[in-house]
Write a protein that binds this ligand. Structure first.
Ligand SMILES: C[S@@+](CC[C@H](N)C(=O)[O-])C[C@H]1O[C@@H](n2cnc3c(N)ncnc32)[C@H](O)[C@@H]1O
Length: 253
């Protein structure tokens, strides 16, 4: 999904296309080392989930909010490893429908709700950790998403975001979702401390291999595969201008 098509309706169509054929999911799962039931729509490999889980510092029964959860795969896996209670939220009703069906199929207890990254509707200080995988680039004003995460997190709660950072924040060649954005500064202003931005070059290597296969695809009439091929062409043009990152932070008191 390119970062200039960011409405919930566009994502509803994207998720509906994904449910028609498994071919795209199979290509992505093979490159990222994911089990078939993960249903990722991002680019975090299986090997990255351990670092994410550790950084969230959850204890059993904590509430984990997976913001922009998509079909719920990563939140379910992190909750399984940490025995946390999962609340997944996404502005695509179709993603939430598929996430709920996915959890039911795995006989997992979790709640999935339609909601926005910038306005969750949750009470203040009501969750112990927030996870947001590969979605913040879709938000026009990321500071609003950071402020919302800070509002719903209890003091001392942890935030983990994954995404990409422009090597040069002012580079005109990178997409609008990354240009001019500095994770560290935005999170500190929103009320986070202990902000760490970690380079994940091993994730980037797997991502590049995925895009390099995707540009060679002959998608036929598989719309999910067409979209993957088209995105691969665009992403590879600026791939070396960005770095793959995992960002962690603690809600300050
Ligand atoms: C690349 S997908 C990642 C989904 C999921 N985190 C994963 O890793 O599989 C980006 C997700 O962000 C969601 N999204 C984009 N903008 C959003 C917003 N403003 N509020 C809530 N969800 C949003 C989309 O619907 C989509 O599910």
């Amino acid at each position: 999904m390119s970062d200039d098509a960011t409405s919930s309706e566009a994502f509803d169509r994207w998720y509906a296309d994904l449910s028609v054929s498994r071919v795209k999911d199979d290509v992505v799962a093979r490159h990222l080392g994911l089990p078939p039931e993960m249903l990722s729509t991002s680019l975090v490999p299986w090997s990255g989930i351990e670092a994410i889980t550790t950084a969230l510092r959850l204890v059993p029964e904590d509430v984990l909010l997976d913001l922009a959860c998509g079909r719920g795969g990563y939140g379910l896996e992190v909750a399984r490893r940490s025995r946390a209670r999962l609340l997944g939220m996404d502005f695509s009703a179709e993603a939430i429908r598929q996430a709920t069906a996915n959890a039911d199929a795995q006989e997992r207890e979790a709640t999935f709700e339609v909601g926005s990254l910038t306005s969750t509707g949750l009470p203040d200080a009501s969750v112990d950790a927030v996870l947001c995988i590969d979605a913040i680039q879709f938000v026009e004003l990321p500071e609003q998403a950071f402020a919302e995460a800070a509002r719903v997190l209890d003091v001392g709660g942890r935030l983990v975001l994954t995404g990409w950072e422009a090597r040069d924040a002012d580079d005109e060649r990178v997409g609008p979702g990354l240009r001019g954005r500095r994770w560290h500064d935005g999170l500190a202003v929103a009320g986070f401390e202990e902000v760490e931005v970690e380079d994940c070059s091993d994730w980037a290597a797997m991502e590049r291999a995925l895009w390099e296969e995707a540009v060679q695809l002959s998608p036929g009439d598989d719309r999910a595969l067409q979209e993957l091929r088209d995105e691969a062409v665009t992403v590879l043009e600026t791939f070396d201008l960005t770095r793959r990152v995992m960002v962690s932070a603690t809600r300050a008191g």
